[in-house]
Design a protein around this ligand. Structure first.
Ligand SMILES: [Zn+2]
Length: 374
């Protein structure tokens, strides 16, 4: 027994069997301990990778992380950002840069390709990015859901400034009940490819976005800023439009690059580095003007089917644009609409409800929703 005195170094680990990305402790064990890279999850059994079998996975999607795997067809991935650990692994693993041979991958690629396509490289580097939009329709629903599941975990961690446990996924009983009531009313006119899974994350950002597989995230700041529940309902309807049109999945496939796309297609839904990279893209969600207008139109239709006015939605977008219209980055999805001025005019023009209507939430329910994180 020896005392461990060195500083702990953490990394992300995907076992390839589940979509979960796990925080693990990584250490290189000397010959006396079997010459292995030891991966220790906070819960569950530790995993030893023989240093001769460790390979660096070429992945153009990861900007500041190195992705490791095992030789052969093993699906597990280790994603390391720590420069010192990367240097240590580089020194310890002799075959790190040997070509990552995967006979099954080739076989699977050949099924995707046809005899007329001469080169695998052509598929990977030319055809796959071009085909991202069409591929979105080929990705099975469970793949999109697994991708969404691991993205939301990454987003909770990425936006938590304390870097401790991740942003709180707010779930007060009354708040969730109010949210469910709002969702049910809006769903009267919806025909969605998956169940919507709504989250309120405890962050002051006035924002919302959709993820692959039906996850929709509203930030607490949005609930705080809204003057009434219909402003939130308009945003929710807009995000439901992105879900129905599968915009987040297409965005994910486009931004993951060829390696990420292939990983998704071939069943590596958790996608390791690809998920990390996509996180930022999905929050910013810069969709085309056509996609944004399509989601707005979708929201108007949901509101009309629910016999609710679109005017509060127009008010909200006007106010948000005045406040944040020129901002880039995290705020840009909702705030900087490609056609902001025409947007609120269109929302007002789409209104079908004059006079009285059945409120989407009672005053008490609205108070509960605004307090969902307390
Ligand atoms: Zn949008």
């Amino acid at each position: 027994m020896s005392m461990e005195t060195e500083a702990m170094v953490f990394a992300d680990y995907v076992d390839g069997e589940t979509a979960r990305v796990r925080r693990v402790k990584v250490s290189v064990q000397p010959a006396s301990q079997g010459s292995v890279v030891r991966i220790e999850p906070t819960e569950g059994a530790l995993v030893d990778w023989p240093i001769d079998d460790v390979r660096r996975i070429p992945d153009q999607a990861a900007k500041d992380a190195v992705v490791y795997g095992l030789t052969g067809d093993h699906p597990a991935r280790l994603i390391v950002k720590d420069a010192r650990l990367n240097a240590e692994l580089s020194a310890a693993c002799p075959d790190l840069k040997r070509r990552h041979k995967d006979p099954n991958l080739l076989k699977r690629l050949m099924i995707l390709s046809t005899a007329s396509v001469a080169s695998v490289a052509l598929i990977v580097f030319v055809l796959v990015p071009i085909m991202a939009d069409q591929l979105a329709t080929m990705l099975p629903a469970e793949g999109e859901q697994a991708l969404g599941d691991s993205s939301i975990e990454q987003i909770r961690l990425a936006l938590d400034n304390s870097k401790a446990t991740g942003l709180k996924d707010c779930r007060s009983t009354d708040g969730l009940a109010a949210l469910a009531k709002m969702q049910a009313r809006l769903s009267i006119g919806a025909n969605l490819p998956y169940d919507i899974r709504l989250h309120v994350l405890d962050h002051k950002m006035i924002n919302a976005f959709a993820l692959p597989g039906g996850h929709i995230v509203l930030f607490e700041g949005l609930l705080d800023d809204a003057k009434n529940p219909l402003e939130v309902a308009g945003v929710l309807g807009h995000e439901m439009g992105h879900v129905e049109h599968r915009d987040p999945t297409r965005l994910a496939l486009r931004s993951a690059g060829s390696v990420g796309v292939l990983g998704l297609l071939l069943g590596d839904f958790a996608g390791g580095a690809a998920v990390l990279f996509m996180t930022e893209k999905l929050i910013q969600a810069q969709y085309s003007q056509g996609a944004e207008a399509g989601s707005d139109t979708y929201a108007y239709a949901l509101l009309a089917a629910a016999k609710l006015p679109t005017v509060p939605m127009a008010d909200f977008f006007d106010r948000l644009h005045k406040k944040y219209g020129e901002e880039k980055g995290l705020m840009s999805h909702l705030a900087s609409h490609p056609d902001s001025l025409g947007r609120s005019e269109a929302a007002r023009a789409a209104n079908t409800v004059e006079g009285d209507f059945v409120p989407i939430l009672t005053a008490d329910e609205w108070a509960s929703l605004q307090a969902i994180c307390d």
